[in-house]
Design a binder for this molecule. Structure first.
Ligand code: ATP
Length: 240
């Protein structure tokens, strides 16, 4: 876990006049699962969106495998190996599961022979999607929609997969299936940056964690240490 993939330094960003991130430093190394926790409005989604080029940075830098991505377009971030699974999944509701997955490969040459193989791999990770490949995405359950959104992310062959709110609105069994899938995806060489409101789920999955508070990194370290921190237990887990 030594090669740095994503390196974010002194990042500031926001919307219009409102500053949300106030000098965030964060790194993800290859092979890692890193989670980002923090209360509502702390800036977690804004951080992911700034990395993926959906929100422009005001200051600081974003590097991926050493290449400068600061202020890049979403397409450039995808080209650089970063895929984002957005909050709310954002599937194409009237398109089939298969076509939604194929949309994830839109930057790859249309006749790339590895696309069908990758599609098969996604279906192997998520057998439910194989069973429902021809079904409209809108008819999937919440957990299946999240599988489809993650699968779509994988179809771009990312080296870093960023997931915004894995478990939101899902039953515990669905979260378990998704967590197992993320472990499998990570073991295949994809690093993961996870924003998750369920702090226990996040800390169980991740090797390291960052706690964001009002746009500032308040704490960071191995998940086991963050879980023991009295501050985190009191503020986010509800145990002291
Ligand atoms: P949550 O867990 O509730 O999703 P978060 O940590 O992901 O919160 P963000 O969604 O990044 O937080 O929001 C940080 C701040 O930025 C909030 O105060 C929010 O109101 C504001 N914000 C988010 N999106 C926009 C926008 N498009 N325009 C203006 N302000 C925004």
């Amino acid at each position: 876990m030594s090669d740095t993939l994503l390196q974010v330094d002194s990042l500031e960003s926001g919307y219009g006049e409102i500053q949300v991130l106030w000098g965030v430093d964060l790194a993800v190394s290859s092979g890692e699962i890193v989670c980002l926790i923090g209360s509502n409005g702390a800036g977690k989604t804004t951080l992911l969106k700034t990395v993926s080029g959906l929100v422009q940075p005001w200051a600081g830098s974003i590097r991926m495998e050493g290449a400068d991505l600061t202020g890049c377009t979403p397409d450039a971030a995808l080209h650089a190996g970063i895929a984002q699974v957005p909050e709310g999944r954002r599937l194409f509701r009237t398109m089939s599961v298969r076509d939604n997955l194929l949309m994830g490969a839109y930057l790859r040459p249309r006749k790339d022979p590895s696309i069908p193989r990758d599609l098969e791999r996604v279906m192997t990770i998520f057998p439910r999607l194989a069973e429902r490949a021809n079904q409209d995405a809108a008819t999937l359950s919440g957990g299946e929609q999240q599988m489809c959104a993650i699968g779509r992310g994988i179809m771009s062959r990312p080296r870093l997969l960023m997931i915004d709110e894995l478990s939101l609105g899902l039953a515990p069994r669905a979260v378990e299936l998704l967590s197992d899938a993320l472990v499998e995806i990570n073991a295949s060489g994809v690093a993961i940056l996870l924003v998750e409101q369920d702090v226990m789920t996040a800390l169980e999955l991740a090797h390291r964690a960052y706690v964001l508070d009002r746009g500032v990194v308040k704490l960071s370290g191995p998940s086991a240490e963050i879980e023991k921190s009295p501050e985190v237990r009191e503020a986010y887990i509800g145990i002291t």
